[in-house]
Design a binder for this molecule. Sequence first.
Ligand code: ACO
Length: 702
Amino acid sequence: MDPIINAVLKPKSIAIIGASTKPNKIGFKVVENLKNCGYTGPVYPINPDAEEILGYKCYPNIKDVPYVVDMAVVTVPAQVVPTITREAGEKGVKGLSIITSGFSEVGDHALEEEVVKIAREYGMRIIGPNIIGVLSNSDKMNASFTNFLPLEGKAALVSQSGALLIAMDAATYTRRVGFDKMISIGNQADLDFADLIAYLNEDENTTCITLYIEGIKDGPRFMQEARKCTKPIIALKAGSSAHGAAAAASHTGSLAGSAKVYEAAFEQAGVAQALDLNDMFDTTLALSLQPTMKGDNLLIVTNGGGVGVLATDAAEKYGLPLKFAPEDVQAELRKHMPSFGSAKNPVDITGQAGLEGYYEGVKYAYAHPWVDGVVVLYCETSVTNPQEIAEAIYNALQESGASGKPVAVSLIGGDRCETAMKWLIERDIPTYNAPDLAVKAMASLRKQNEMLKTAHNGLYKPDDVDSEKARQIIAGARAKGRNALTEVEAKHVFKAYGLPVAPTDLAHNEDEAVKLAEQIGYPVVMKIVSPDILHKSDAGAVKVNIKNEQGVRDAWKLILENSLAYKADAEIDGVAIQEMAPWATEVIVGSVNDATFGPTLMFGLGGIFVEVMKDVTFKVAPIDEATALDMQSEIKSSKILQGVRGELPRDQKALAKVLAHYSYMIYDLQDEIAESDANPVIVYEDGQGVSVVDARIILTKK
Ligand code: ACO
């Protein structure tokens, strides 16, 4: 654990620079909050005019404090912050928590950079500026201007929004989701999400990390730290923007949007994405209290058929479909229910079920090796007391002799259920007021288990690549002042990264075209090669299925005529002669350089699937072949690849190899490739391979 960051987030002594004697000021509130929450370390208010504040001796300047100061909370106006940062550095303060607003969030980047620069000179770390402060139950520390510590618990919240942190702090009590820490990170001038993930991963009081994110500064570093983290991370990402999409030159560019890339990055890094605030609280409750679910066998115990069906529907919806319990499980469970109950799954112990039914049923089910996780549902009835049922469930789990499996409960009813829910949550059992929420929580525990497995994989790197050759081709195009490769150049770059490109060569005159066509073999495709004509079909500059010499000569004339009609002053390199790949399933592979996460791969089926339905999926590069297979099943039209209506499945393995190699190409050449497309890529029947038919690469601006 980084000792300096630890000193900032878990300080043994705190100064408040800009502490005030006036109760309506933030500089007073912070001192008051530290006092009221029971912080046990020394507190040093700094104010040029005051003698003492709330019983703490005041110092005119941080340098006048005769003791060690770990962290200083800053509540002076923005213009004064550089001066006090230098003074704190000279004093040897380890870090600052800068509450003050008025920096990059209002456009004053220079002031913020100045403060960070000064802090770096002294080896200080900064949290903020523009924050509420830092709260920690385990340290009894409320170094913020929100009034109280959150409900005690095991999660840690890192929030980019100060107002939301204050609201969530209060809501922890009504929602009964406990947090040990709440950290406001504001402008992330120094410490950012990645630093805090790394820190909290080692914090003994944190079991799960919850993030409210508006924007990540360094996407690859965020992913790297999230991948290393062994604790669950939940992220609520606000703001989705198609910024820049309209201006993008390639197909992929217009389909990517930052929200989709964030979604992909979270998934790849093992971060659970919360859909909204409710989901963020509900998921935090489960992931902070329960172990992950190691297998797919979910067993539901219920006293109501209706809620059992709702839970079954939810299980399917959230990707954890129920299976019938094995015969021995059913036989044992039948002993604890009336004859009209059902032991299959959901296990319906019926509305007549009392304490014994719940106790015996849950105890047996939880301990059975077939069961990977249990959801217990209870509908309030006139013959049972919700509190007694809660106790029976709790005792059953405790006395089952089993551990390491997750459980979630739903108590559906009125005030008595609310009280019993609170009781169970206080005992680390995530409990919800609706059956689908308990199932959803279990699905998130299952997903977390699977994500953590793959997130820890190292970065993919194939060995059959020749990046030097690719860089030479790119340098050649740049030397001619171009920022896009011709199709032939792009195909050679693809080839250097091991992609199966349909044989293509450049003809500079009609006779050469005939010669190349004969070498490649008829039928062939002919396409204009011009840096000024990117959309060749629109220009009428593509001819397919040319079967003989006369066809080549006719096509040559027509293509040149159409190209010049499309753009009279177009620079023309020649005409590409390409093998006419037999037609099969058409897919598109492409890339963008995402502003946050860098090179990002796109995949979808071609034609109307991409044009109209926008049925595409993204992954941050590079990805391995297993992830590339997953990527193929993520699109809605994935069944087409698997083989529909009697057609044989497509060669998904070969396609996975193409996607993985392509992803490595855009990762390796990220300083050179801004956007690219392989469109179309033809995917043949299983075992028959894949052929990249067209290629486009747009270079980065240098
Ligand atoms: N050393 C020590 N104390 C100093 C110094 C100094 N160099 N200079 C000034 N002070 C004292 C002042 O004398 C004053 O104390 P006093 O009230 O006893 O006179 C105290 O520091 C505060 O200075 P003020 O000039 O009175 O500033 P004020 O309290 O009005 O505002 C503040 C300061 C709160 C930092 C303000 O500039 C600010 O940024 N407010 C916004 C903070 C915020 O909302 N952050 C979270 C954003 S997230 C969200 O959206 C909720």
